[in-house]
Design a protein around this ligand. Structure first.
Ligand code: AMP
Ligand code: MG
Length: 403
């Protein structure tokens, strides 16, 4: 039996970024930059006005002075005419500063006359000018490889006219459920049949990682059906199967994988739920064989597949935020396996408090719906007092904002 930490270490050691592609800027949102981006030019590209007002020669500008308005420069226009002594150019925000001027006086600090303007306040050189390169100098590194692309990165890349952006490729994740008892969503389940919810839960989780689910359907509990679907699944970047991986008579996933050339790295992890999980590789295609119980499927995806998919898509932060928090309830468990306790975390007096989100039996799906975190109860321990501190893996990224 492989320990939780060892299983994760093996998986993350074996996977690597799947490749790089250039995509349209907006398609890069939520993806990871695959190369450093340095500014191709200064930004701003020219000295420009930070205000709507008058471009002036500051030396002419004693308070009370009246200047002659000789030019008009709206945004999008530039003027080559120098501002002469005793003169001013009416200028709008963003427009290039004309030759001769060294300051801008905002409208609010003036009184306009007929083709003249009277200055009310002191004017200093450089007032209200945004200088060329003051934001970013040409050649300056601005978005580094490994950065998550969010609106600020999009704004900056667009400013520098980057139409296509190099990002790590999204991985295609083949999803196969196994079992003779399954029917697809949309078909009424007959007596002793159930809807194939795992495929949809895994596909949802894959999407939330920013990867692409490729749904291959249901492998029936016979060798031919397993061979057909799994060989198809091995054409994707990653294969995830659910069920058929325990020790039952009709659990055929592992032997089929071996037959198709997948090298098994481990089977059985010292965790609960999720013990029978297997992990293997065919070349550089990772294969996760998750247990079929829907709660186990989701938790093992979360703990083992999600970090791998994120790493393959260039993320460097692949694990959930883990914090120390206080258990609100007394909890008992068997020794030997790390337990993932489904909990509801709240923040009280600046501390994380975790109360169990319901019956921890792996058959109870609704306990999963109520959970916003998993408490990690170490393998060797059996009893936890109320008030004791444990590690909490936060599943809900908005948790911090709720208090
Ligand atoms: P197995 O590992 O094949 O024995 O499956 C374990 C349990 O998970 C059984 O109760 C199955 O009915 C259930 N199960 C397996 N596959 C799915 C699925 N795709 N959707 C929902 N439940 C499933
Ligand atoms: Mg089965």
């Amino acid at each position: 039996m492989t320990s939780f930490e060892e299983a994760r270490r093996i998986i993350l050691d074996k996977v690597a970024p799947a490749g790089v592609e250039r995509v349209l800027l907006l398609d890069a949102v939520g993806r990871i930059m695959a190369a450093d981006f340095a500014a191709p030019c200064d930004m701003p590209r020219w000295d420009n006005s930070a205000m709507d007002g008058y471009a002036v020669r500051s030396a002419d500008c004693t308070p009370g002075a009246t200047l002659r308005v000789t030019d008009y420069i709206p945004a999008g226009v530039s003027s080559d005419d120098a501002v002469g002594p005793g003169c001013a150019a009416r200028i709008m925000t963003g427009a290039p500063i004309p030759p001769g001027a060294d300051a801008v006086v905002p409208f609010e600090e003036t009184e306009a006359g007929e083709a003249t303007v009277r200055l009310l306040l002191q004017v200093r050189p450089k007032d209200h000018i945004r200088f060329r390169g003051e934001d970013v100098a040409s050649g300056e590194p601005v978005v580094s490889r490994g950065t998550l692309i969010a609106p600020p990165q999009v704004s900056l890349l667009a400013t520098f006219a980057a139409v296509l952006v190099p990002v790590y490729r999204q991985v295609r994740v083949a999803i196969i459920s196994t079992g003779d008892e399954l029917v697809e969503l949309g078909t009424a389940p007959g007596k002793s049949e159930i809807v194939n919810s795992n495929t949809l839960a895994v596909a949802a989780a894959v999407k939330m990682c920013g990867a692409i689910p490729v749904i291959l359907g249901i492998a029936r509990d016979n060798r031919e059906s397993h061979l057909a679907l799994i060989s198809e699944g091995l054409k994707a970047d990653v294969l995830i199967t659910s069920a058929g991986v325990s020790a039952g008579d009709r659990d055929l996933v592992r032997e089929t994988l071996v037959e198709l050339g997948v090298r098994e790295e481990f089977w059985k992890i010292g965790v609960k739920p999720g013990g029978p999980t297997a992990f293997g590789l065919k070349g550089n295609i990772p294969v996760f064989s998750l247990p079929g119980n829907p709660v186990s499927t989701m938790i093992t995806f979360e703990e083992f597949a999600r970090p791998a998919l994120l790493k393959m898509m260039g993320h460097t932060k692949v694990l959930r935020r883990t914090v120390r928090g206080v258990l609100a309830d007394e909890v008992r468990k068997k020794p030997g396996k790390l337990n993932f306790l489904r909990v509801q975390v709240t923040i009280k007096d600046g501390r994380y408090q975790a109360s169990t989100s319901g019956d921890q039996n792996t058959g109870i799906l609704k306990t999963m719906l109520r959970a916003n975190a998993l408490a990690l109860l170490p393998a060797d321990r059996t009893e936890f007092r109320a008030g004791e501190e444990v590690d909490l893996q936060i599943l809900d990224p908005t948790l911090e904002m709720e208090e």
